[in-house]
Write a protein that binds this ligand. Structure first.
Ligand SMILES: [Zn+2]
Length: 169
């Protein structure tokens, strides 16, 4: 599962390596959230069954992330599947990045909504003055909103928190 040859075949199966997209199984909701924070388009449908997951992974050209060895072994998704080890969410994120040779990009952090997977669009600070706590408004300069669910984001401390959680102990 972890050999570089396998990683290469996974990469080959993915049309756009730079824009790698994911699909997380029901066990991996937190991992999905984290991958979104890193800027990866990650679909998470907790009630999808195995057949649904296989269908969506192929149709939408996504890498399937799963804790299910049988699902991983299915011929249709074998080459676009990562078996995620048991561990903390931080460890799981690091494993996925290592297995797929992904590099952490500061610029990609918080470009995608961790709640709904929508794209975060930059917004002028003045426009959200009444939608964030006064302290945040005073101390932060870059803001964005989710084009899908309208949640407001600011980079600031979130970015440091994510980078710290992902740096090896
Ligand atoms: Zn959203």
């Amino acid at each position: 599962m972890r050999s570089s040859a396998d990683s290469m075949s996974i990469l080959a199966a993915c049309d756009r390596y730079a824009n790698m997209k994911f699909l997380a199984d029901a066990m991996l909701g937190k991992l999905a959230k984290w991958l979104r924070m890193l800027g990866y388009d990650t679909v998470y449908i907790p009630d999808a069954d195995d057949d649904d997951l296989v269908r969506i992974a192929i149709r939408e050209d996504r890498i399937l992330l799963t804790r299910d060895t049988l699902l991983c072994a299915r011929r249709m998704v074998r080459r676009r599947c990562v078996f995620v080890d048991w561990g903390t969410t931080g460890e799981q994120v690091r494993q996925v990045m290592r297995d797929l040779d992904l590099k952490l990009s500061r610029d990609s952090l918080f470009t995608r909504c961790c709640v709904c997977n929508g794209e975060i669009v930059p917004i002028d600070k003045a426009e959200i003055a009444d939608r964030v706590p006064p302290y945040v408004y005073k101390t932060q300069s870059e803001f964005g909103y989710c084009a899908n669910c309208d949640k407001i984001y600011w980079r600031g401390t979130h970015v440091e928190h994510v980078l710290k959680a992902l740096s090896p102990d």
